[in-house]
Ligand binder design. Structure first.
Ligand SMILES: C[S@@+](CC[C@H](N)C(=O)[O-])C[C@H]1O[C@@H](n2cnc3c(N)ncnc32)[C@H](O)[C@@H]1O
Length: 241
């Protein structure tokens, strides 16, 4: 049920482009998905991007190589991705509709699988990786925007008994990967005004609903240098088949 309602949500927005929000980001930790990807990939690499959305991050950050496949279960997102691809001038990239939890890709084929802010099944991912291939996950942790969620009394992962980072980490271990690392990622995001911040919160699934009074309370406590601060808490996982 949750899976279906999230799918409708992504189908309705059909892009995952945040440029319009003019967010200033300060990264406090040094685990960088695209830097790691750039160091691991070579021109012969085959890379799979799970939950690629409109391909925005893939097209901007994945290195040129022999084969890149971006997948998403939302047909609307894949339409956007194909439009973005056509105007990007990039080569060797294809997009297709696929559920990360019911993967339809060749076995022992990819050198690197990337999953950024999207659900994963490490058993299926391991199957499609070549021996020695890498899995790179970046996820949103339960404690992401925790002070905001506390004011609202709920939100993404608020009631989870175990944080998603630990669930993913344990699933990667159980799937039989090696050289596994789980790393916390801390960022500060700054928004220029209330209107932009509110539209951002209405687009992302951090809160279930945006109440104006609670939003004002948060803004009163979290404005620094004229900008509204949001404390982000992500995690990165690297692992090898
Ligand atoms: C938060 S967005 C992240 C997009 C992109 N990876 C990025 O980092 O900007 C999550 C994406 O995962 C997709 N998604 C969620 N669950 C999925 C599933 N089970 N199978 C495939 N895609 C999924 C959504 O449609 C959405 O495009």
């Amino acid at each position: 049920m949750l899976h279906d309602s999230y799918q409708n949500y992504y189908e309705e927005i059909s892009n995952w482009d945040f440029d319009a929000f003019d967010i200033r980001t300060e990264t406090l930790t040094d685990w960088d998905l695209y830097e790691i990807l750039g160091n691991l990939a070579c021109e012969d690499s085959a890379i799979l991007d799970l939950g690629t959305a409109g391909g925005e991050k893939l097209l901007a950050n994945f290195p040129d190589c022999k084969e890149i496949l971006g997948c998403d279960y939302s047909p609307g997102m894949i339409e956007t991705a194909n439009r973005n691809l056509a105007s990007s001038g990039r080569k060797n990239i294809t997009f297709k509709v696929m559920d990360n939890l019911n993967m339809d890709v060749p076995q022992d084929h990819f050198d690197i699988v990337v999953a950024r802010h999207t659900p994963t099944d490490p058993v299926q991912i391991r199957r499609c990786l070549k021996d020695g291939g890498y899995l790179l996950i970046r996820g949103v942790d339960k404690y992401d925007c925790w002070n905001l969620k506390m004011i609202f009394g709920g939100g993404q992962g608020y009631e989870d008994p175990v944080p998603q980072s630990i669930i993913d980490y344990e699933n990667v271990i159980k799937a039989g990967f090696r050289d596994i690392e789980l790393v916390p990622i801390h960022e500060r995001e700054y928004f220029k005004d209330r209107e932009t911040f509110k539209s951002f919160l209405c687009k992302v699934p951090i809160l279930d609903a945006v109440d104006d009074d609670l939003l004002d309370k948060y803004i009163a406590d979290n404005t620094f240098g004229g900008r509204i601060r949001l404390l982000r808490n992500y995690y990165g996982i690297t692992a090898r088949k």
